[in-house]
Design a protein around this ligand. Structure first.
Ligand code: GDP
Ligand code: IMO
Ligand code: MG
Length: 423
């Protein structure tokens, strides 16, 4: 199977970066198709740690083509900073291409993101504050600015003037904030735009050419299924479609090009930001998972909320993404726990729910129904063969396979590129 999607099945931070990096060894092209620098993907190669936000994880291999598709929203300053950081560490950016039709995250988007969260107060979403929601809002409202506009100086000035005639109304009248001036914005963005110019192309054409040449393409998801604007815990979601369906619209390819959909799932569950989380652990076990798993956000540094693995969520992710296999990450973090719990259904007002509910009100009232499995104490980090895993670790993996009816083909037993088992 040639072309694969790597998609988050939970609330993001499942280890998509690590799995993409690991599997990308056999790929020729790595594509980001959605989200923006709200994402934070960690890849550890030897003793080097990379934190990627907008740039695909394939960038760490010199020879691979890396594409930022039209479904991504790009903050010019953030991406230049990321490019320069990588460049300073000897990573080549020659093969990095950004879609002409990707929308731009403008400084006013970041501003409105923060002001709107502040206005919402208690009801805030807990966004990353990177301007993602407002940028996608303008895209859908047909008043966004695209990468192709940045490289046409006259066009950019006029489009920005138009955009500001609306944005300044919002800033002044709703948030009582200072209005912005087109000239000043352009002046501050121009150095970054100049650096981005050689990378901005028609990436859909590039992908068509790659496909014709028989190249293997990997689509690297950002965020996760439950953060999807359609399939997530709305409104506590991001403003894009991280699910597999987002690949076609976010990369400019057709569904017939996709062979496999790899769902990345953490062996337990985490979430950053607000919103319901039925298996959340606010006790010692939750703290233990957070400390052992180093569960702090890559983008914002916020502590991640931790809980037990949730099967209704995975069944929902299986269906809406059409998963063909699972990559189970961070199994090593469960080492040392006497008992491991698996949520197999929910109790809600005397009823048992087998499926993940669409209603946030129902989800908020759900109590998890647990199955309990025995833990293990052996260190997993040096294990490279499935058979060498402790019996109880294998039982955990096999129980998941059985209940989900999807093969677990990759198992993460440490953060490093090589710390994984192919089953
Ligand atoms: P992403 O956003 O899905 O790419 O995931 P993040 O990078 O935000 O968070 C995953 C974290 O878990 C990172 O710190 C990774 O280095 C780490 N990680 C990934 N896979 C494993 C694993 O199998 N075991 C351990 N211990 N850490 C892992
Ligand atoms: P990766 O790719 C985890 C969450 C935010 C917030 C909600 C909306 O690293 O898995 P936004 O800034 O997108 O408007 O915030 O979505 N969120 C993520 N949580 N991992 C991510 O990306 C996330 N990207 C957004 O915390 O709850
Ligand atoms: Mg992350």
């Amino acid at each position: 199977m040639a072309n694969k999607i790597v998609v988050g099945t939970q609330w993001g931070d499942e280890g998509k970066g690590k799995i993409t990096d690991m599997l990308a060894e056999t790929a020729d092209v790595v594509v980001r198709y959605g989200g923006g620098n709200n994402a934070g993907h960690t890849v550890i190669v030897g003793d080097e740690r990379f934190e990627l936000h907008l740039i695909p994880s394939g960038i760490l291999y010199r020879e691979k083509i890396n594409i930022i598709g039209n479904g991504v929203v790009v903050d010019p300053t953030a991406i230049v900073e990321e490019m320069e950081g990588l460049s300073a560490r000897g990573i080549s950016l020659e093969q990095l291409f950004i879609s002409e039709t990707a929308h731009v995250v403008m400084p006013y988007h970041r501003l409105v993101d923060l002001l709107e969260e502040e206005r919402k107060g208690e009801a805030k979403i807990g966004t990353t504050g990177k301007g993602i929601g407002p940028a996608y809002t303008d895209k859908i409202a047909r008043q966004g600015i695209r990468m192709i506009d940045l490289i046409d100086p006259d066009g950019f000035y006029h489009k920005l003037q138009d955009a500001l005639s609306y944005q300044n109304l919002i800033l002044e009248k709703i948030y009582q904030a200072e209005p912005l001036k087109a000239e000043e914005l352009i002046e501050s963005l121009q150095p970054d735009i100049n650096k981005l110019k050689p990378h901005i192309v028609n990436t859909s054409l590039l992908l068509e050419q790659a496909e014709r040449e028989g190249k293997k393409i990997f689509f690297e998801g950002a965020q996760g299924t439950l953060l999807d604007i359609d399939y997530g815990t709305y409104p506590y979601v991001t403003s894009s479609n991280p699910t597999a369906g987002g690949v076609c619209t976010g990369a400019g390819i057709g569904p017939t090009l996709i062979d496999d959909v790899i769902g990345v799932a953490k062996a337990y569950l985490t979430r950053v930001g607000e919103g319901p989380f039925p298996t959340e652990l606010t006790d010692q076990t939750g703290n233990l998972l957070r400390e052992n798993g180093h569960e702090y956000g890559v983008t914002t540094g916020r502590p991640r909320r931790c809980g037990w693995f949730d099967l209704p969520i995975l069944k929902h992710a299986r269906r809406v993404n059409g998963l063909t296999e699972l990559a189970l990450t961070k199994l090593d973090v469960l080492t040392g726990l006497k008992e491991i719990k698996l949520c197999v259904a929910y109790h809600y007002h005397g009823k048992t729910l087998e499926e993940f509910p669409n209603s946030l009100e129902i989800l908020s009232g759900c109590q998890p129904v647990y199955q309990s499995l025995p833990g293990w104490t052996e260190d997993l980090s040096a294990i490279r063969e499935y058979d060498q895993l402790p019996e109880n670790a294998k039982k955990y993996v096999e129980r998941l396979e059985e209940l989900l009816d999807i093969p677990v083909k990759t198992i993460g037993i440490g953060p490093g590129r090589k710390e994984a088992i192919r089953k």
